[in-house]
Design a protein around this ligand. Structure first.
Ligand SMILES: C[S@@+](CC[C@H](N)C(=O)[O-])C[C@H]1O[C@@H](n2cnc3c(N)ncnc32)[C@H](O)[C@@H]1O
Length: 282
């Protein structure tokens, strides 16, 4: 039984993946389909990618599409990835938001982690805010005034994220001892996130190809290391949709060195220390 991919199978799977997740896989990356979906073939007792495609399109197995999405997405993430978004949050945005809350100019801050994978990005944000409030002796504003929404297309990563439980390897990746000792408890190989931080993030499965209207508006959007996988048209569309979902003065964090077509039409580029962030144009 061979699982190697014919060009017909590549075309079928490529089209399906692009339609479902937006992920554009060029022919030179055909190996990704083969590497990431072969286990699904075995687990589903199928012999070829053509059979997998038939299973998907026959709709006889309601879980198969979710399983393909889970397997094909790149869920690589770490705590405080690149550091600079959280430096910008601490140095620039949090002092401004807190001042605005104190003067009654705003009541809450809405933050969206738009491709949150297993939760490290939104939980880093919640820990950063909680720590900022504590370190600065701020008692009149609480973490509950920061509404953090975290979404991802992959059902399995959202399930993992909701648990707030991490193994010894993922806990090491980017997390300073300072945060680990304050916000996690350890039992054997498992590290469990403090309930206060866990409950500060609302997780939801969401495809960035869908309309953002029901999500509401945001002051801060993290959309990091996800648009890179999409076609140019979809990249442009998502940047426009984020701009439309941003509150006036809303800011966007992209992955370091990510820059997209048409971005400058909707966002102004701002620099802080070694980091870059984008403010929605008025
Ligand atoms: C490389 S991870 C980045 C995680 C996190 N933002 C970070 O920077 O560490 C990319 C995530 O994007 C998600 N993703 C891929 N296509 C998506 C789509 N169409 N809509 C929403 N999320 C998507 C994947 O499931 C994956 O978890």
């Amino acid at each position: 039984m061979s699982h190697s991919l014919s060009s017909k199978e590549f075309s079928l799977m490529q089209k399906f993946i692009q339609e479902k997740c937006g992920i554009a896989i060029g022919e030179e990356k055909a190996y990704l389909i083969e590497c990431r979906l072969s286990k699904l073939l075995i687990d589903s007792n199928l012999s070829s990618f053509e059979e997998l495609y038939e299973r998907i399109t026959s709709r006889s197995d309601p879980n198969i599409t979710e399983q393909v999405i889970d397997a094909i997405t790149t869920n690589e993430t770490l705590w405080f990835r690149d550091r600079t978004p959280w430096e910008i949050l601490e140095d620039i945005l949090l002092p401004r938001y807190i001042e605005e809350m104190r003067t009654g100019k705003r009541s809450v801050v809405k933050i969206w982690s738009a491709a949150c994978s297993t939760g490290q990005e939104p939980y880093s944000t919640a820990m950063c805010i909680d720590n900022y409030l504590k370190r600065n002796g701020i008692t009149d504003i609480s973490l509950s005034r920061f509404k953090i929404t975290a979404t991802d297309i992959s059902r399995s990563v959202v399930q993992i994220a909701k648990l707030g439980r991490y193994d010894s390897i993922s806990i090491m990746r980017g997390l300073e001892e300072y945060y680990k000792s304050r916000y996690f408890t350890n039992e054997g190989r498992v590290w469990t996130l403090d309930d206060k931080i866990k409950n500060a993030v609302h997780f939801q499965q969401f495809n960035l190809q869908n309309s953002f209207l029901l999500l509401g508006k945001f002051d801060v959007v993290f959309c990091r290391y996800v648009i890179i996988y999409f076609s140019s048209d979809l990249k442009m569309e998502i940047i426009k949709k984020i701009a439309a979902a941003a509150e006036p003065d809303g800011v966007l964090f992209l992955g370091s060195s990510e820059i997209f077509p048409g971005q400058e039409n909707s966002f102004e580029t701002l620099h802080h220390k070694n980091g870059v962030y984008y403010k929605v144009k008025g």
